[in-house]
Design a protein around this ligand. Sequence first.
Ligand code: AMP
Length: 512
Amino acid sequence: MNTPINATANANLFSRLFDNLDDPARLAIETADGKRISYGDLIGRSGQIANLLVARGVKIGDRVAVQVEKSVQNLILYLAVVRAGAIYLPLNTAYTLNELTYFITDAEPSLVVCDPAKADGIRAIAQKVNAKVETLDASGNGSLTDAADREKSEFTTVQRANDDLAAILYTSGTTGRSKGAMLSHDNLASNSLTLVDYWRFTDKDVLIHALPIYHTHGLFVASNVTLFARASMIFLPKLDPEQIIKLMPRATALMGVPTFYTRLLRSPNLTKEATSHMRLFVSGSAPLLADTHREWSARTGHAVLERYGMTETNMNTSNPYDGERVPGAVGFPLPGVSARVVDPETGKPLKADEIGMIEVKGPNVFKGYWRMPEKTKSEFRDDGFFITGDLGKIDAKGYVHIVGRGKDLVISGGFNVYPKEIESEIDAIDGVVESAVIGVPHADFGEGVTAVVVPQKGATLDEAAILRALDGRLAKFKMPKRVLFEDDLPRNTMGKVQKNILRDKYKDLYKK
Ligand code: AMP
């Protein structure tokens, strides 16, 4: 399957990452237990795994589905799959066998790599699509690595074109069934290279990498950006705030979901001194509360740089490196990316500050949903813009603001109610940590605006107190019909509030 190639013309992401590597001894990854992996090691090991993939019958364009714990070997497996011209398909480690049945029968991979503990269950599923199974555990051991040890490290990177697929990532499905987003070599390479420039990554950077690597954020944004910049990363299995704070004096950058920042802020060890060696804190994948942004700036002297992206599009917008990083805004369209806000019904572009559907176009935008041509067609406009499903606005200065997923919009008595607006008002009330506003079926109004509030520990808040505080600040139709209290909001592993769970829990609230 190895085609002789002219290295400079190969659009394979692996070639674009490594063909011009000057110093193979350069450090690429350090693990929490002190292992050091150089760029040369990554290339050599990926060659061994790529040879094994070929030996196992993985062909160009085949899917390799991977559900394993985060490890350096897992990252190298990703590089090897791409290098071999196959399609990398990572799966959230939280998925159960039942859920995996859907992904594996939908994607029809020729190889599934899983944790040894799940191998028996997965073999039964893999059989249905004639896929082989290999194992890889959290410490990087398993049948995959054993067999790869016996392969040679030389491997000619398979020739790929810009639009050929490098990965399929299933969307997290907080609003509907997971769909496989098909991402090309150029989707991934172009976006990472843009981010290297925009966020000023260089070979001096050391990224604290505590995100999972089955999601676009940890896999593509964090890992590809580091590797393109010839920087290095400290690979941590998961978020451990104290460990991150301890590493900051020898790191320069952190990429996290908002939960990282709220959890880090809870530590008294998070100080200006502790963060003085760091140059960049990036947040994304879910909205960072403006309050968290301000508190972070006050405590550390660093303004978090918030960016906006999605599985289907890679990164779309980012707050500026030099200019103002506005709390609650996701910044400007990245170079090469066009973003607009349109009326969701007519598709007509709206004026500054008007709320509508955010649409994007650019080399970052995916090739469509796996085996769903109709769905793909309906999510793109005729002029090539992708309908993100996010509602938002672009202000007079050009900053993009997100007000929520379109499917989270509440329509009460025929009026559109944007949850973010109500949530911001509620969050500003003393004693409130955060809130989620949802629409719940209501006989008179269609949907009743319903607020779920997380109070601070010890705060004496009740429904009447919240409604009193909102009185006069919100139009009557936006006022919550009910205010409920919870200790925490349900979140998925990427920190996104799962409003579908809240809607389900309270679905009978207004039933007489
Ligand atoms: P995913 O495909 O899992 O990365 O989820 C993408 C979705 O996360 C987007 O469509 C947005 O709804 C949300 N999202 C990502 N980044 C942000 C952000 N900075 N602020 C608000 N929502 C965000």
